[in-house]
Write a protein that binds this ligand. Structure first.
Ligand SMILES: N[C@@H](CCC(=O)N[C@@H](CS)C(=O)NCC(=O)O)C(=O)O
Length: 410
């Protein structure tokens, strides 16, 4: 939990907070081997079983050309059908992300007085949900806005685990703590008006009215940042201060289409042209930001903002997932000195690290985005992405304003 000495205005210097990893970091719970065997959930039939069946049907010498051409055309058609469900595209084959149905902006659509008892639904692999967990932790809202963490089910929907294990140091999937539902779809359906759309995370739920308040991540992080200061343990932290709003908007306009959604546009592209366009835009944007971060600690200068939160949740998934599964192959993040140091700088905020369950991220993407990884094999964790490597010194304090000046707090 965030305490006032962490980001409070009494903090003497920022170097305490962003110091090189200390013993606490060394003992951080996320330092577990990420290459340990995956959980015993295996959706694939045994290879021996498949071999026996195919030998029975075709004998030991099925002509490989026939096998390949038959499977190729059947698989391509099935793939197109699955992708049109998973990732709708425009006529050029470019992924078009469906819009969120429940919006809430601080002020106009959301008035704090009308909401007393809220609950957050998330899934750990999801970068959009991760934003909300980060802002909730940084603002110290963990006690007042509890969370239920869904796991990806084999059909790609979000489910709750009855036997959810508890881990006091990091977030793990578990049960629905407020409605007792078995799936997120069931929760959405509890609302008075019913629901037939996509049951996505993150989702902010009104416990008293049994209704969805919002399922758009950027709206939720704006709300968490600005609308709950009466119950936040860290109300002085403003991740979107008025004087930086224009800068934040400018960065968001680069980051969202080219990077956050850009990696999905690479991975879900259904034509070569769509992929080429997306991948070039992605790496142009990464190059630009890497260059900017050579002289600026965060995107908007010395203060962490919502733009950094949004960029971070894509960067932390980059080398373990997007580089491989989504074919974002031009460079690995570890090859970008400034971006990689910047990512480590943010990761080393203790409240941020507790929101990063990288095992759950890898399991989620490789096992459940089945159309992109039909064999369901989870690749090994790249060495540079183990928590030990993420805790390496970043030395980015030197980019902040002179020592002794509090740069984090208004
Ligand atoms: N625009 C939404 C996107 C949320 C989203 O796409 N979430 C995915 C997980 S990464 C999801 O829940 N998908 C389930 C589905 O589409 O059924 C946001 O930013 O909150």
């Amino acid at each position: 939990m965030l305490n006032s000495s962490f980001i409070g205005s009494s903090l003497p210097t920022t170097t305490t907070f962003y110091s090189k990893p200390t013993k606490t970091h060394k003992h951080h719970p996320t330092i577990t081997s990420l290459n340990r065997p995956p959980p015993p959930q295996n959706p694939n039939p045994s290879p021996n079983f498949i071999t026996t069946i195919s030998k029975f049907l075709w004998g030991p010498s099925l002509p490989p050309q026939l096998l390949i051409s038959t499977v190729r055309s059947t698989w391509s058609t099935t793939w197109q059908i699955m992708m049109s469900q998973l990732a709708p595209s425009d006529p050029s084959g470019s992924y078009t992300r469906p819009t969120s149905q429940f919006r809430a902006k601080p002020g106009n659509q959301f008035s704090r007085q009308n909401f007393k008892n809220l609950h957050l639904y998330v899934g750990l692999p999801c970068p959009w949900a991760h934003r909300t967990l980060m802002v909730r932790a940084l603002k110290g809202l963990q006690e007042s806005i509890p969370v239920s963490i869904a796991a990806p089910g084999l059909d790609g929907s979000w489910i709750f685990l009855n036997s959810g294990t508890r881990d006091k140091d990091r977030l793990v999937p578990g049960s629905d703590n407020v409605n007792g539902c078995r799936s997120l779809r069931e929760v959405y359906k509890l609302r008075a008006g019913g629901y037939s759309g996509r049951s996505t995370v993150p989702m902010l739920w009104d416990v008293d009215k049994k209704d969805v308040v919002c399922n758009e991540s950027y709206d939720i992080i704006e709300l968490l940042n600005a609308s709950f200061n009466d119950i936040a343990l860290n109300p002085d932290l403003d991740l979107s201060p008025p004087e930086l709003k224009k800068d934040i908007e400018k960065w968001n306009a680069i980051i969202y289409p080219n990077i956050n959604n850009g990696v999905y546009r690479c991975g879900f592209a259904q034509s070569q042209e769509a992929y080429d366009k997306a991948v070039n835009q992605l790496f142009d944007a990464l190059d630009l930001i890497d260059n900017h971060l050579g002289t600026s600690r965060y995107l908007c200068g010395d203060r962490l903002t919502l733009s950094d939160v949004c960029l971070f949740t894509t960067l932390i998934r980059f080398d373990i997932v997007y580089n491989v599964l989504f074919k974002c192959t031009k460079k690995k993040l570890v090859e970008y000195p400034n971006l990689h140091g910047y990512m480590r700088d943010i990761y080393q905020i203790p409240e941020v690290a507790t929101t990063c369950n990288l095992e759950a991220v890898m399991d989620g993407y490789y096992k459940f985005l089945f159309p992109l990884n039909p064999g369901n094999i989870r690749p090994i964790m790249p060495g540079g992405c183990e928590p030990d490597a993420l805790l390496r010194p970043h030395n980015r304090e030197t980019l902040s304003v002179p020592e002794g000046v509090q740069v984090y707090i208004t």
